[in-house]
Ligand binder design. Structure first.
Ligand code: TYM
Length: 333
């Protein structure tokens, strides 16, 4: 049995990057025989970058609805909210005690803030919470708690999976082989989906295309993807074209070749955008109505999450008991 696990942080509306980087491959994996899957809402992680409670709650609803609308089968998959599993913060603590501070000093998210501070002439650790610094340890706890073998993610998360391996090795070295070393799974063609401005599609750059926009808004958003100023009839470059890369993430190899040829033939940007819109809409439309009815029925989603949490804890509780014993947190009699 292979265990596949991944999570999304509920701080915003799910976008095409989350879909192609994590949700779509995760759902495909969950349908394979011999795979046991664990998909969750990383709401403890949300606290690292968001201090708006209403936004976290709304985003939790949207992301839960997205998973289900995208085809997650709650009977087959263990689908839960991180904060419903108290064993995770407990494991976070145990792992923190076997993690060198030096390892975390190298984490991208932390280093990015330090670099930003240094460039602005501020204290290196300005705006750095202990939560941000500890981010990779909490993420290791998410993964190691369920002995996941494979973790489908976008390229931006690969370093965290490597750190989870390092942390698991340190723990096993000290206390015996209790934890499984996970591996990241990235789909080369969609490892980093670009956003409207060509940078990585990201909530923090405000350059996203939300997955379930109404049709006309989806079309408008796609219309605002940045292109160069080449006129219709002039050949276009696929290299560095965000529009082309997003198309590729949705289309078959054949369809992609078709667009490559159209670029060479000088397709007008407006026509290329129309093709992209049609391709995305074709994939998303069947899920859109379902998404809306799920959003309108939070009680149903909450029931699913509670059932998922109970299922998850049937695995987490015995493992945490084993680990407590392993490290010496034991009863006297
Ligand atoms: P988050 O919420 O930032 O992103 C969720 C998933 O979407 C992927 N992704 C992308 N993939 C391709 N192109 C993009 N432009 C793009 N933007 C986002 C991310 O790589 C990720 O797979 N810390 C994690 C959540 C998490 C987690 C975990 C993931 C917490 N614990 C354990 C896996 C295992 C995060 O903030 O992802």
């Amino acid at each position: 049995i292979q265990r596949v696990l991944t999570g999304i942080t509920p701080t915003g509306t799910p976008h095409l990057g989350n879909y192609v980087g994590a949700i779509r491959p995760a759902i495909a994996a969950s349908r394979e025989p011999g795979v046991e899957s664990f998909y969750f809402l990383a709401d403890y992680h949300a606290l690292i970058k968001c201090d708006e409670p209403a936004r976290i709650q709304r985003s939790t609803l949207e992301i839960a609805a997205t998973w289900v609308a995208a085809g997650l089968d709650p009977e087959r998959v263990t689908f839960y909210r991180q904060s419903d599993i108290p064993e995770i913060p407990e494991l976070n603590w145990m792992l923190g005690c076997v993690t060198g501070k030096g390892l975390l000093n190298r984490a991208h998210a932390y280093k990015a803030q330090v670099d930003k501070n240094t460039a602005a002439g501020a204290e290196p650790d300005a705006e750095v919470s202990v939560g941000l610094f500890n981010y990779p340890v909490l993420m290791a706890a998410d993964i190691l708690m369920f002995k996941a073998h494979k973790v489908p993610v976008g390229r931006d998360q690969v370093q965290h999976i490597e750190m989870a391996r390092d942390i698991a090795s340190s723990f096993n070295h000290l206390y015996g082989e209790h934890l499984v070393l996970p591996e990241a799974v990235i789909e080369a063609s969609v490892a980093t989906l670009p956003g409207l401005d060509g940078r990585k599609m990201s909530k923090s750059y405000d350059n996203t295309i939300p997955l379930f926009l109404p049709r006309d808004e989806l079309k408008r958003r796609i219309g605002s993807i940045v292109t160069d100023s080449r006129a219709p009839g002039q050949a276009k470059d696929t290299e560095g074209s965000a529009l082309f890369q997003i198309f590729q993430a949705f289309a078959s190899a054949e369809e992609t070749d078709g667009l490559r040829q159209a670029y060479a033939d000088g397709i007008a940007w407006g026509d290329a955008k129309q093709k992209l819109f049609e391709r995305i809409d074709r994939e998303v439309a069947p899920m859109r109505d379902n998404y809306q009815s799920l959003i309108d029925n939070p009680a149903r989603l909450e029931d699913l999450l509670q059932a998922g949490a109970a299922k998850a804890r049937r695995i987490a509780t015995p493992l945490i008991a084993e680990l407590r014993h392993a490290v010496g947190l034991r009863r006297l009699s």
